[in-house]
Design a protein around this ligand. Structure first.
Ligand code: A2P
Length: 206
């Protein structure tokens, strides 16, 4: 098994997990418990999720066992270049949740990057769908991608990304895509809580 810290949030023991009940993290204690799990053999790997660069640095400063993975939102519309480079340099795998930017999600009102003209034109050139191009971009920048679909045709489409590639000249075009975080986690914000804004929660990295 791989065991991951789902998100950098913490409550007092027994408290309901609501935004106003969050208390500051205790990274050394939590990661120490994860390392114990790893030492016991119950977890073959231990990792984190939704950790910013700042939180990764705090964690790496105290970790005896380096986290195997940081699973975060990552796709052409939110590329995580700084975090990816930090993870790469420390030997932490970056795994992408919502690698399609969760199109149609009620949590997100802006236009999906899947309709961005750069993504659409690359898809047309390669005769693939924008979703396939987004997933393939993820593989080529070195992340694993975890797309979700309940539709059989789209599930098959999403698997069909391993026997072709995006050429270098088209890969360089992705840097022109506007960067907008889709999954901002507004639900962690509360005026009486420790996260007064989403920027607080993501350490200003949005
Ligand atoms: P559906 O389940 O109807 O296919 P993410 O993985 O980024 O969180 O996004 C999940 C959303 O993306 C789901 O709503 C899913 O809808 C949709 N989706 C999955 N695969 C594709 C695809 N190939 N093209 C367009 N939308 C897709």
């Amino acid at each position: 098994y791989i065991v991951q810290i789902h998100a950098p949030v913490r409550t007092n023991k027994g408290a309901i997990r609501t935004a106003e009940n969050y208390i500051p993290l205790d990274v050394p204690a939590t990661w120490g418990a994860m390392e114990k799990l790893y030492d016991s053999g119950k977890a073959r790997a231990i990792g984190v999720s939704n950790f910013s660069c700042k939180r990764m640095e705090d964690l790496l400063a105290i970790a005896r066992v380096t986290p195997a993975v940081n699973q975060v939102e990552s796709h052409p519309g939110w590329q995580q270049m700084k975090l990816r480079e930090l993870c790469r340099s420390k030997g932490v795998h970056l795994s992408a949740y919502s690698p399609l930017g969760r199109p149609g999600s009620p949590a997100f009102t802006g236009p999906s990057f899947l309709s961005n003209p750069i993504v659409v034109s690359i898809a047309e050139k390669l005769q693939r769908s924008p979703a396939q191009v987004a997933l393939r971009w993820g593989l080529q920048v070195g992340q694993s991608v975890l797309p979700k679909s309940i539709n059989e045709t789209r599930i098959k489409e999403n698997f069909n990304i391993f026997d072709w590639s995006i050429p270098e000249d088209l890969m360089s075009k992705f840097s022109e895509i506007p960067q907008i975080k889709t999954l901002r986690a507004e639900f962690v914000v509360h005026p009486q809580g420790i996260y007064k804004t989403v920027e607080d929660f993501w350490d200003g990295e949005i």
